[in-house]
Design a protein around this ligand. Structure first.
Ligand code: CP
Length: 301
């Protein structure tokens, strides 16, 4: 089966097709229907991913089953290998939110149905599809757009680097030295980068933001890192998206945040509620791109 465990499981051409399909679904130009069943197996809390997948599948005419580990045996220790081989007899596609990428890989190894990464420690591909659609809507293109990610070199940053490289963007990531993205991800992105793409990893937030058309941030402590949240704040403070740093970006730059936002930490109230913020469109686009992904992976006409 076709699994999307990371954004680079899609080719550049497939991402472009998905963005076009998402735009067509959003505008009503296409209204495919199906009678398929999506499972949501989320080991972590979620508002956007859970609700947008659910609404997308309902709008397609399909159904959704919540396979929360609190109410299924996988939460009580049933092996993933067994769970995957049972679920694929009942449902058509499974979105998994997990702490470990290796859990996703195990689901994909044993299940005969498509597995979608709904966020892992390594990547957040569905989020980056929504970000790319939002950038395309704002600038009429993705290729060649300069975009800076500020904060923690986390799962969202990883998918942002890989997706941006595939789409020919000029990607800059500014983080504290101890929180840079994984070198293996950066190396993979450099290998996948199409002509015109650039990837700069730096500790200097001001240099990174200069001339950027997109300024993107995310939480400083991801789920599972709550214990270190307080101690991280001073280290990450220079990377806060505030009016001062935004003044270094293009005057028509947009601000993205995958949400949930922590106002006063990675972003200020003035910026997230300001005229350059596109975070609500970005959140809405989660539904359109994930609907496109479901249509594509399930072959819905
Ligand atoms: N951005 C995102 O994945 O949001 P949720 O954690 O609410 O799904």
């Amino acid at each position: 089966s076709r699994d999307i465990l990371g954004i680079a499981d899609l080719s550049a051409a497939e991402i472009k097709d998905l963005l076009q399909l998402a735009a067509d679904l959003k505008s009503g130009k296409r209204s495919p229907v199906c009678n398929k069943i999506l499972g949501l197996l989320f080991y972590k809390a979620s508002t956007r991913t859970r609700v947008s997948f659910t609404v997308a599948m309902h709008q397609l005419g399909g159904q959704v089953i919540d396979l929360n580990p609190n109410v299924t045996q996988v939460g009580r220790g049933e092996p993933i290998s067994d769970t995957a081989r049972v679920l694929d007899r009942y449902i058509d596609i499974l979105a998994v939110r997990t702490f470990k990428q290796t859990d996703l890989e195990e689901f994909a190894r044993y299940a005969q149905i498509p597995i979608i990464n709904a966020l892992s420690d390594l990547e957040h591909p569905c989020q980056i599809l929504a970000d790319l659609l939002t950038i395309q809507e704002c600038f009429g293109k993705v290729s060649g757009v300069t975009a800076t990610f500020l904060g923690d070199g986390n799962n969202v940053a990883h998918s942002f680097i890989l997706g941006g490289a595939l789409m020919g963007m000029k990607i800059r990531v500014a983080t504290p030295e101890a929180h840079q993205p994984e070198p293996a991800i950066v190396e993979k992105a450099r290998q996948l980068a199409v002509d015109g793409a650039e990837i700069i990893i730096t500790e200097d937030p001001v240099e990174a933001v200069k001339g950027s058309q997109v300024v993107y941030t995310d939480v400083w402590a991801s789920m599972g890192q709550e214990a270190s949240a307080e101690s991280r704040i001073p280290m990450f403070q220079p990377y806060q998206v505030n009016e001062e740093i935004l003044a270094h970006a293009d005057s028509d730059a947009i601000v993205l945040h995958c949400l949930p936002a922590h106002r006063g930490e990675e972003i200020t109230e003035a910026v997230i509620e300001g005229k350059q913020s596109r975070v609500w469109d970005e959140a809405e686009n989660r539904m359109h791109v994930q609907k496109a992904l479901l249509v594509s992976l399930l072959g819905i006409e």
